[in-house]
Ligand binder design. Structure first.
Ligand code: GLN
Length: 497
């Protein structure tokens, strides 16, 4: 396999290559880190991917990795790899804000399981990334600390809610990052920033230490520039954790080993009743992806997933319902902000009024309404029935196909400010990602060329429960096809598609 190197040709750039070089002692974790800190220095002012850069802590961690190598100890599969962490992942003693004013001053007393596992594997945390407040949004404009800009075109959003994590990888601030995906918050920003983003099967990655938005939908997953890097990260952070009662009691399926297997004989589903809304440029890239996989030996099969189209509606009852309950804990007593008031009730109200932004308040009101007596059956109960129908429809589809292909996002990155005053239009960003959160199935976005204005397009690969190995094989095939197309275009002196 070709080794990735920076333009100066001296240091590797992917997580896989960095870890191999650091473990072999040919490159130091300190040098790798300094290069990434320099990239952050150069462009972070413009991008705002981070709420907090952990330069000192990262230098200490990198020195420890180098000391291990010097002493003949193996620092682990992510030795010396810089990683950016979404700021809704708990980090011991380090502010964790969820990009909300309400958590001001709060420092978690423990590390999330994923944070522990990354550190144990030798990764070096470089910072906490910006997000839509409490992960509610699709553009990172709902952050209390200001928006993140898309590194590909800084007049555009990076997507959301994990926009900071996607932008950090796209800008070269870190080769890998972690996000969370409740309705598309990893896959949509990955698509808009032109990087790989994975939402694993619900239960593959422990949610212990992930600040809860909608617990039955939330899943943590990686961003990276290559499919292989996401496979490596998922192998590292996945697997059973007794601290999360919804964690699947099995090891994560092997992923890095299957990437070269190709797609010969796989059945790739095209959803014939997919909801409309994809722009023509995105639809064209999806067609090109089907053609690529067919040429590589896969069979394209038409399938129906009738309830797919109701995903968005069901989600906007279920997710707010769970959020209204999860966010009840921010009361001015237990975490962060407290606005002083003469009595307790007024203090609760003043704190929540000051501490939460508009979108979070909208969700709390929606969720409280959907759960209230007299409306529970009509709204929340009905949404749960639709959720079941979606799972059943997917299960039926996966009897005749191995994976499904859809757009990850209906459009390429839109301009900052374009949708922020129109919540419903913003919600439509997740039309294609939400159904697999409701069913718990895995999904990932893989960059597949460009659309309008030369901006990145992501193709979404969906698979059945614990179907990650097949999903990654298909993503790797799409990535190989793009690399070949880019190489051909380069030899002709053209700009790639
Ligand atoms: N954009 C969706 C929302 O606002 C999904 C967010 C997410 O996955 N965290 O709820």
């Amino acid at each position: 396999m070709a080794t990735s190197t920076s333009s100066s040709g001296d240091l590797p750039t992917t997580a896989t290559d960095i870890a191999a070089a650091v473990r072999a002692g040919t490159v130091s974790a300190a040098d790798v880190l300094e290069r990434h800190l320099a990239a952050i220095d150069a462009r972070e002012g413009e991008i705002h991917a981070f709420n907090l850069v952990l330069a000192d802590e990262a230098r200490t961690a990198a020195a420890r990795v180098d000391a291990d190598v010097a002493a003949g100890r193996d620092p682990g599969p992510l030795a010396g790899v810089p990683v950016a962490l979404k700021d809704n992942l708990c980090t011991h003693g380090i502010p964790t804000t969820c990009s909300s004013k309400i958590l001001e001053g709060w420092r978690p007393p423990y590390d999330a399981t994923v944070v522990q596992r990354l550190a144990a594997a030798g990764a070096v945390a470089v910072g906490k990334t910006n997000l839509d407040e409490f992960a509610m949004g699709s553009s990172t404009e709902n952050s209390a600390f200001g928006p993140t800009r898309n590194p590909v075109d800084t007049s555009r959003v990076p997507g959301g809610s994990s926009g900071g994590s996607a932008a950090a990888v796209a800008a070269g601030f870190a080769p890998i990052s972690l996000g969370s995906d409740t309705g598309g918050s990893i896959r949509q920003p990955a698509a808009l920033c032109g990087v790989v983003g994975v939402k694993p099967t619900y239960g593959v990655v422990s949610r212990y230490g992930l600040v809860a938005f909608a617990s039955s939908l939330d899943q943590i997953g990686p961003f990276s520039t290559t499919v292989a890097d996401s496979a490596l990260v998922l192998e590292t952070i996945g697997g059973h954790d007794p601290m999360d009662s919804t964690s699947i009691p099995e090891p994560v399926p092997g992923l890095t080993a299957v990437l070269d297997q190709g797609v010969e004989g796989l059945r790739v589903g095209r959803i014939t009743d997919l909801p409309e809304g994809a722009s023509p440029d995105v639809a064209a890239r999806l067609e090109a992806a089907f053609d690529t996989l067919a040429a590589a030996g896969a069979t394209i099969v038409d399938v129906e997933v009738p309830a797919f189209t109701y995903g968005l509606t069901a989600y906007y009852l279920i997710a707010p319902a769970e959020a209204s309950s999860n966010l009840a804990r921010y009361d001015g007593v237990r975490y962060g902000l407290r606005v002083p008031a003469p009595d307790t009730n007024t203090m609760y109200m003043a704190t929540r009024h000051e501490g939460f932004g508009d979108e979070v308040k909208r969700r709390i009101m929606l969720g409280t309404y959907a759960l209230s007596a007299g409306y529970y059956d009509a709204y929340y109960g009905k949404a749960l029935k639709v959720r079941r129908l979606i799972s059943d429809d997917f299960a039926r589809a996966y009897q005749s196909v191995d994976v499904l292909l859809t757009p990850a996002s209906p459009t390429v990155a839109f301009r900052i400010g374009d949708k922020v005053d129109d919540p419903f239009t913003m919600y439509l960003c997740d039309t294609y990602t939400i159904p697999s959160n409701l069913s718990g199935h895995p999904g990932m976005s893989v960059p597949f060329g460009t659309g309008a204005d030369g901006l990145p397009v992501g193709v979404q690969v969906l698979a059945s429960t614990l179907g990650e190995p097949t999903m990654f094989r298909v993503a790797a095939e799409l990535e190989r096809a793009m690399a070949t197309a880019d190489a051909i275009a380069a030899t002709r002196g053209e700009v790639s598609s």
